[in-house]
Design a binder for this molecule. Sequence first.
Ligand SMILES: Nc1ncnc2c1ncn2[C@@H]1O[C@H](COP(=O)(O)OP(=O)(O)OP(=O)(O)O)[C@@H](O)[C@H]1O
Length: 303
Amino acid sequence: MADDEGARRPRGEEKEEDENESCRGIRVQGMQFTYDGQPPLFVDFNLKISPGSRCLLVGANGSGKTTLLKILAGKHMVGGRDVVRVLNGSAFHDTQLVCSGDLAYLGGSWSKTVGSAGEIPLQGDFSAEHMIFGVEGTDPERREKLIEMLDIDLQWRMHKVSDGQRRRVQICMGLLHPYKVLLLDEVTVDLDVVTRMDLLDFFREECEQRGATIVYATHIFDGLETWATHLAYIQDGELRRAEKLSDVSELKRSSNLLSVVESWLRSETKLEKKNPVNTASHVQKTSSGSSPFFSSRHMAYYR
Ligand SMILES: Nc1ncnc2c1ncn2[C@@H]1O[C@H](COP(=O)(O)OP(=O)(O)OP(=O)(O)O)[C@@H](O)[C@H]1O
């Protein structure tokens, strides 16, 4: 009996350690998610991201990256409290995660939802200073560092600046609080190459010095081979790969991440083309709305 206990304890402890580790980062277990009137996007989706990692989220347009990041950011209610865990809390239910600044999401355009008009870009005549200094409870030193790194002119009027300049102010505001988990949805797209590289260095520093965890969805892979620690690849809401970047075997044979991801996405298209007859007939059998306007991604769900 005693021996048996002794033999079991280390495994139990190991499991507990693993559990604690994933609780301090991100853990998704058995997640289901469907947009109204659409086929399910995520079915029994599982993902673990360890604290301190910089995880790239890759996949074709429409594969579910933004939706996943929004779910992790607590913007969509999904399942019970145990399904989407971030920093040992429930991303949706524990609003303190976002209110405290521990969980931060940066993505999309700077807009607000106005009734039936939908997303309207922010158009007020505000200065960058007004926007940035309006964020309460921030450390002046961190604020200075961000303003300098993003090369922000505090006199900029937000309705008269370029897209990239507006984006810099948005990023600065989003990073003012020292987050523990940061979710980035293609925010570097408007940035010039110097600002982008400085920002990536800043993120690396945040992970290495403060143990922050970053998930970054992007289609721009320049410079990311040495930046990312992990990679998660989604195809049509299914997690195809989730591993350390150093374990991606294709990267050992290929010179860059771009060509590796390109080959994955190209083989997705080939797979879809492989069984056009099966796919089409299955759609007709399973969907009452078997419209000729169904996109190939929707058809992929029916495979
Ligand atoms: N508000 C919505 N209502 C209904 N369907 C949606 C909505 N938002 C996204 N979708 C659908 O969900 C799927 C995943 O979209 P999502 O935006 O998460 O993809 P993505 O991987 O971020 O794409 P991209 O690389 O183009 O940004 C797509 O098929 C899309 O059409």
